[in-house]
Design a protein. Structure first.
Length: 92
């Protein structure tokens, strides 16, 4: 399976509920690299790279997130793989 990149924006009650930490844990479990950060508009943004099946699993997980979150929408955009990230990080 080919490596892919995905850019995701999650909206809802996703800040202050450990969404970034849970995303990082899930991405690392799946062997993905990239980053996750809070957005000024109250959403959470992430960019992940790795095996397509693992990315699909992460984006599926993002539709509900951690138990305290309330996800209203998830915008997923596929991009070309670059391999530029050594790990999956939380960006401030």
């Amino acid at each position: 399976m080919a490596n892919k990149r995905v850019h995701v924006i999650v909206r809802g009650r996703v800040q202050g509920v450990y969404f970034r930490a849970a995303t990082q844990r899930e991405a690392r479990r799946l062997g993905l690299t990239g980053w996750v950060k809070n957005r000024a508009d109250g959403g959470v943004e992430m960019l992940a790279e790795g095996e397509e099946d693992s990315i699909k699993e992460l984006t599926s997980w993002a539709n509900h997130g951690p138990s305290a979150a309330r996800v209203d929408s998830v915008d997923v955009r596929w991009r070309g793989y670059t391999g530029e990230y050594p790990e999956f990080s939380i960006v401030e």
